[in-house]
Design a protein around this ligand. Structure first.
Ligand SMILES: Cc1cc2nc3c(=O)[nH]c(=O)nc-3n(C[C@H](O)[C@H](O)[C@H](O)COP(=O)(O)O)c2cc1C
Length: 192
């Protein structure tokens, strides 16, 4: 199913056509070449002082990390996400050696996730960002150091038809329109 952005002017096709489906082909595998390419794209993101504070845990459907992340999913995320081919936990080093906060770390990790998402779509995969999971369970299960903050789990895989989803509520979400705030409302000051 396609849900092209209704943008005010043409934007790059990947950016217009990317969206966040929840219907995945539960038999599709993510190749090592695609997984590597997706992570390379994240690696080359810009960051504050080139600090590169993003960290990842890579899980592929069928392995124990994937099962741990599935267990940590909250609410309806537990229902649709396990058909993804891979989960990538995105975390960031949010404190410096002296214990003070790294103010740009979450921004940097978001930038890396954004480039990762574009590369994944370029490779024929879809990505759905998930913030609804048990962050404490993830910290414990993956033995994350105190300075590392889990942020999101990215579900990556091959898109399946909307009606492959098991519940009607999920099908309705899948076929629902995408919406955004109007561009003018995002610009606090300065005219186009
Ligand atoms: C940080 C973050 C957390 C999110 N958490 C969830 C989530 O827990 N479950 C879910 O189904 N979607 C989640 N989403 C997906 C958003 O709902 C989705 O990106 C937004 O509705 C825009 O949809 P679109 O990407 O299809 O345009 C999350 C997105 C982000 C960026």
């Amino acid at each position: 199913m396609k849900k092209k952005a209704d943008s005010s002017v043409e934007i790059h096709p990947i950016l217009a056509e990317r969206w966040s489906p929840r219907s995945y082909d539960g038999t599709a595998e993510l190749s090592i070449a695609d997984l590597t390419g997706i992570l390379e794209a994240a690696r080359w993101a810009p960051s504050s002082m080139n600090s590169q504070p993003w960290r990842f845990v890579v899980a592929r459907r069928g392995d124990h990390r994937f099962a741990q992340m599935t267990d940590a999913m909250a609410g309806f995320n537990k229902e649709w996400s396990p058909k993804a081919s891979a989960f990538i936990l995105v975390a960031a080093v949010t404190t410096q050696d002296d214990g003070t906060l790294r103010p740009a770390a979450l921004y940097d990790a978001g930038l890396a996730s954004s480039l990762l998402t574009v590369e994944a779509h370029h490779r024929g995969q879809v990505v759905h960002q998930i913030g609804g999971f048990d962050h404490e369970a993830i910290k414990r299960d993956f033995n994350l150091a105190p300075e590392i903050t889990p942020i999101a789990i990215l579900a990556i895989g091959k898109q399946a038809p909307a009606d492959a989803l098991e519940s009607e509520a999920l099908v309705q979400r899948e076929i629902g329109a995408r919406s955004r705030l109007p561009l003018e409302s995002l610009i606090l000051s300065g005219s186009l």
